[in-house]
Design a protein around this ligand. Structure first.
Ligand code: 5GP
Length: 152
């Protein structure tokens, strides 16, 4: 008989030294877009499109597999909130939402995150992690997104 695969003993465990955990603890800077008791959103430093935002749970989840379902539901609600604001702020024609799990699934930073990327007709995404954006541009974009989220 085949044993049922258990996420807890088939996947690597959470490493609290990952970059996003350090951002959550305030040990590394980030261009914050939103924060509440369970989620945090900030701009990707190597955006694939203007406004590329990462939405993460505060809970120490490595991937989609090990997060508590209630925290996941909250993460998705916040992702939709960010997505709606991003479409307005960046006057987007569309939106790409991506989420990767483990190296085999394309994940590079091992704290669960959802990518929100506003899209324009005919404009391709830049390759992942290709160009570091100017911090003054990221600051301005984060302020505009945060203001849109507050309905300003
Ligand atoms: P993944 O492939 O794990 O889904 O994507 C990780 C993302 O994190 C990439 O899009 C990359 O540009 C972004 N990233 C890597 N290091 C940092 C960092 O120090 N700060 C921010 N804000 N984003 C980062």
């Amino acid at each position: 008989m085949t044993a049922t695969k258990d996420v807890e003993n088939t996947m690597p465990s959470y490493d609290p030294n990952n970059i996003f955990a350090k951002i959550l603890r305030g040990e590394l800077p980030a261009h914050k877009v939103h924060e509440d008791d369970k989620a945090f959103a900030f701009l990707d430093i190597m955006p694939r499109a203007p406004g590329h935002t990462l939405v993460i749970p505060k809970a120490p989840a490595r991937t989609f597999l090990d997060i508590d379902p209630d925290d996941l539901a909250h993460l998705i609600k916040v992702t939709q909130m960010i997505a709606r604001a991003a479409v307005k702020v960046f006057d987007a024609d569309g939106l790409t939402i991506q989420q990767f799990n483990e190296a085999a699934g394309g994940q590079v930073v091992f704290h669960l995150h959802v990518h929100v990327m506003p899209r324009k007709n005919g404009v391709p995404l830049k390759p992942p992690a290709s160009v570091k954006e100017d911090p003054t541009i990221l600051s301005d974009q984060a302020l505009r997104l945060a203001a849109a989220l507050k309905g300003k």
